[in-house]
Design a protein around this ligand. Structure first.
Ligand code: IMP
Length: 423
């Protein structure tokens, strides 16, 4: 952590790497924690002192008194879901209004965006993206089409602006013959959420950040989703709609590239993916089921089964290069405690072609594996690297060599305390 810099903490595969827990551990070192992309499609689970919270739009630094948390301009926000999330934290005793600033330039997810999300998915038939249904794609599409509403819009003549956009959406839905929906109750809560949002500081967060950086403050940019779900660099079209990579930190917070410091890349000791799309390391056998069961790999937002497989070095190398990762953080190592052998995907193969580089179209590629011995030891009670069993240390050394990047933190369980530094 350097003063006057923005460090980024990014999921570098398909999301769900456990960013929430790590940001929460990192927060004490930073003055500001900021979200720069995505919205309530994210579900960052944080467990401490026997309490469990799932954050969707609110940055994970919210539990730490005295820190500023920012929802940046690159994010999309649903007022009703935001209100529900914020009130839960307020009931638990956290004073949000003094710690959470929302960018006036962030875009609003309307109830009709969520209906559009469902309608577009339905129209795709078997090519469904498998979205979270939170209206993410339709909102970012309208941002690019310059027809969207921003948080700053709620401060002036909002009823008219809302009515105009809603009626545009209703027309699109009619044209799609998607008319069997009722948003009456959802809309009531949404409008209540809009009023509730007005009690928070709605600010020019980018200017706030410029001033803070100039004054030597340190900022942690908290990623959402993962590199392989990035709108430009992921497995398009099976991706989310925002820039989830380190480049998105600059556009999504309004900070310059030379303000960026460390880039922490988070990955799991194995791989998961939710929703549709290519996933060469996917295991359809009992090994995949075992990883899912032990790792509790069910979506935090949708409850869907996550698809599971071994670690994918092709994807990780690509992500490290795209993001400029300076340090790696390996999560959920303990999930592999009982396996006799561990595999790592070192290349993809298709029609006699073998590649170590991420192909343009990842559809139809099969994983080529190397096999390593499992450690067959319970890691969950370990507190320092010198306690690591030899085979686990070998796995770390193997990954570091292949990825040419140091693994500086290893997580061995869901609690804050089960986080081991190797730096
Ligand atoms: P959307 O972001 O809801 O449009 O969904 C697009 C794709 O990204 C789907 O495959 C989702 O399952 C996936 N996705 C979106 N957010 C997350 C996340 O936070 N973790 C993992 N997958 C996600």
């Amino acid at each position: 952590m350097a003063k006057g810099k923005v460090d980024a903490l990014l999921g570098i595969v398909f999301g769900d790497e456990g960013k929430g827990k790590v940001v929460d551990c990192f927060t004490p070192k930073y003055d500001i924690v900021a979200r720069f992309a995505g919205g309530p499609n994210a579900g960052h689970t944080i467990i401490f002192e026997g309490k469990k919270f799932v954050l969707r739009s609110i940055p994970s630094g919210i539990f730490d008194e005295g820190k500023v948390n920012i929802i940046g301009n690159g994010c999309v926000i649903a007022p009703d879901l935001f209100m529900a999330e914020a009130k839960e934290l307020e009931v638990a005793g956290y004073d949000l209004k003094s710690r959470l600033h929302i960018s006036k330039r962030a875009h609003l997810i309307l109830p009709t965006h969520r209906v559009l999300d469902r309608a577009y998915e339905a129209a795709k038939g078997k090519n469904k993206v498998g979205t979270t249904g939170k209206g993410i794609g339709p909102t970012y599409s309208e941002k690019a089409a310059r027809t969207s509403l921003r948080v700053g819009d709620i401060l002036e003549n909002f009823s008219e602006k809302y009515a105009a956009l809603k009626s545009r959406h209703e027309q699109i839905l009619k044209d799609l013959h998607y008319t069997d929906y009722d948003i009456t109750e959802e809309e009531r809560l949404w409008l209540e959420g809009v009023e509730y949002m007005k009690s928070f500081p709605l600010t020019d967060t980018e200017i706030e950040l410029h001033k803070a950086l100039k004054a030597g403050k340190s900022v942690l940019a908290e990623g959402a989703q993962g590199t392989m779900l990035d709108i430009d660099h992921g497995t398009y079209p099976f991706v989310s709609s925002s820039s989830t990579c380190s480049g998105g930190v600059c556009t999504g917070l309004g900070v310059a590239p030379n303000a960026i410091g460390e880039i922490f890349g988070i990955f799991k000791a194995y791989s998961t993916r939710v929703g549709s799309g290519p996933f060469p390391v996917e295991l359809f056998d009992e090994t995949g089921d075992k990883i899912r069961e032990i790792g509790n790999e069910y979506g935090a937002v949708t409850g869907r089964n996550r698809r599971c497989g071994w670690v994918d070095l092709v994807a990780l190398k690509y992500a490290i290069a795209l993001n400029g990762v300076t340090q790696l953080i390996m999560m959920k190592s303990d999930v592999l405690d009982t396996f006799d052998t561990i595999k790592a995907c070192v290349a993809y193969k298709k029609d006699g072609v073998v590649t170590e580089d991420m192909p343009y179209d990842t559809e139809g590629w099969e994983a080529v594996y190397e096999e390593l011995p499992g450690w067959k030891t319970d890691l969950t009670g370990l507190t320092s690297p010198d306690q690591f069993p030899k085979a686990f240390q070998n796995y770390i050394d193997y990954l570091e060599k292949a990825l040419e990047t140091p693994i500086t933190i290893v997580s061995v369980g869901p609690d804050r305390a089960q986080t081991i530094s190797r730096a």
